[in-house]
Design a protein around this ligand. Structure first.
Ligand code: ATP
Ligand code: MG
Length: 424
């Protein structure tokens, strides 16, 4: 029996009581009616009790359910946050769009790429200004499958990418797609650098080889050639062969500086620079250039001694080679904070400002003819830069055309060197 009967029982009891009170009944009937009323009331009380117990059970269950709902909501929020954190942390730009190419979410890197704070709710085309990506997105939406393609962005800067788009599923009655953009600009740049390098190397080898060949042919074709001319031609052949050997040596040094971790030791910088100055003295005398040196002692490096010597030799050789007769070169070694600085200044021909950013490139020479005449391969400064950077240092140049140049190399001092007193 259910609670539906409770009002009926109460009404019945009340009716019977009323009859007992109002109608003159024989005592036996009256007693029977009263007993029935008591019975009904007891039954009603029993139902009330059952109702109360059931109600408190239901309340408990409702509380449990609401707790469960709360936990589930919390877990859902956490999961959503984790998903967003995952998308945000991915080190490639990621966009989430619907089937109409409207943006639903963009990760941190995508925002950085396109220079926006918020991107959601707008059209992919309006945000990226890239029609090709927009078309690719619509193609993915039509097919509801993964598509990819090469996409070039010109906003906010030029980027060559491979775009991958795939279908994620439905949410809020919209089809969602993810777009990942893989930046290939650096790869393409490196590929170009590699192609240029191969072209440059072939060119640099071809020039002396062509001279050797034509000189040898002339010698071969003209057996009556005067001995003096013959000797001059032979000397030129030797010079060109030396040049080829120098290019090969420099390329090897450069490759080693780039690819191998240098074997390091702790040594003092001044004696190494002194040695470089001594080695270059005869060349300086020949070029009528004077060298002065001011070398601060006790500056110790943890570096590859031979490579640091090579850096000093390359800078000194340039300072002498691109100098004027009666010119001078001054070499200084001093401390600046936690770095040792090697400075090579000359009173030479200087470097035109438009050439300055390029002089550390391989095979770059401001004046090809002059450099070739003096035996330059255009690799000396590239070697300097690689060695210095492999040691955690920096190289910089200041130059005034026709007045002179100053090259400064900053190298970190050995960690145990006492630090310079800090001014208060
Ligand atoms: N001190 C300098 N004064 C003027 N020009 C310089 C100086 N140092 C370098 N240059 C310019 O920078 C170019 C590149 O120098 P780098 O040392 O790399 O090559 P190089 O001297 O031509 O050949 P090498 O590989 O034999 O050193 C030089 O050809 C020269 O034009
Ligand atoms: Mg040089």
């Amino acid at each position: 029996m259910s609670f539906r009967w409770l009002p009926a029982l109460l009404w019945l009891s009340a009716g019977l009581l009323l009859i007992t009170a109002l109608v003159d009944l024989p005592p036996a009937w009256r007693e029977a009616l009263i007993a029935a009323v008591v019975g009904f009331i007891l039954l009603a009380l029993y139902f009330v009790r059952r109702f109360c117990t059931r109600f408190s059970d239901l309340q408990e269950r409702a509380n449990e359910l609401s707790e469960q709902v709360e936990t589930l909501t919390l877990e859902l929020t956490r999961q959503q946050r984790r998903r967003l954190a995952l998308i945000d942390g991915i080190p490639i730009p990621l966009l989430i769009c619907d089937e109409h190419a409207m943006l639903r979410h963009a990760n941190r890197l995508a925002l950085e790429w396109f220079g926006f704070r918020h991107m959601t709710g707008k059209s992919l085309l309006a945000l990226t200004f890239c029609y090709d990506l927009f078309l690719l997105m619509l193609k993915a939406a039509r097919r509801e499958s993964a598509v990819s393609g090469e996409i070039t962005f010109s906003f906010p800067k030029e980027r060559h990418t491979e775009a991958y788009i795939w279908y994620l599923g439905e949410a809020d009655s919209h089809k969602l797609f993810a777009i990942a953009l893989i930046d290939k600009s650096e790869l393409l740049r490196l590929e170009q650098v590699r192609r240029d390098f191969v072209a440059n190397v072939s060119h640099e080898f071809r020039t002396p080889l062509a001279s050797i060949r034509s000189l040898a042919e002339t010698l071969h074709d003209d057996p009556q050639m005067p001995a003096e001319t013959r000797q001059r031609f032979l000397n030129l052949i030797v010079q060109e062969a030396d040049r080829l050997a120098r290019i090969a040596d420099d390329l090897l040094t450069l490759t080693r500086a780039e690819s191998m971790q240098p074997v390091r030791e702790v040594f003092e910088l001044a004696p190494v620079i002194q040695q470089a100055v001594q080695e270059m003295e005869s060349e300086a005398r020949r070029a009528q250039v004077s060298i002065s040196a001011e070398l601060e002692p006790n500056l110790r490096l943890f570096a590859n001694r031979d490579q640091i010597l090579q850096v000093a030799l390359n800078l000194l050789s340039n300072a002498i080679r691109y100098n004027k007769p009666q010119g001078s070169v001054s070499v200084r070694v001093y401390r600046e904070g936690n770095h040792a600085v090697l400075e090579v200044a000359d009173t030479g021909i200087g470097i035109p400002s438009e050439a300055l950013p390029r002089i550390f490139e391989r095979f770059y020479r401001v004046d090809k003819t002059r450099s070739r005449e003096t035996g330059g391969t255009g690799l000396g400064l590239a070697i300097v830069k690689h060695i210095v950077e492999a040691h955690g240092g920096r190289v910089e140049v200041e130059s005034e055309y026709r007045v002179g140049s100053v090259f400064r190399v900053r190298l970190p001092l050995h960690a145990t060197e006492p630090s310079e007193p800090q001014s208060l």
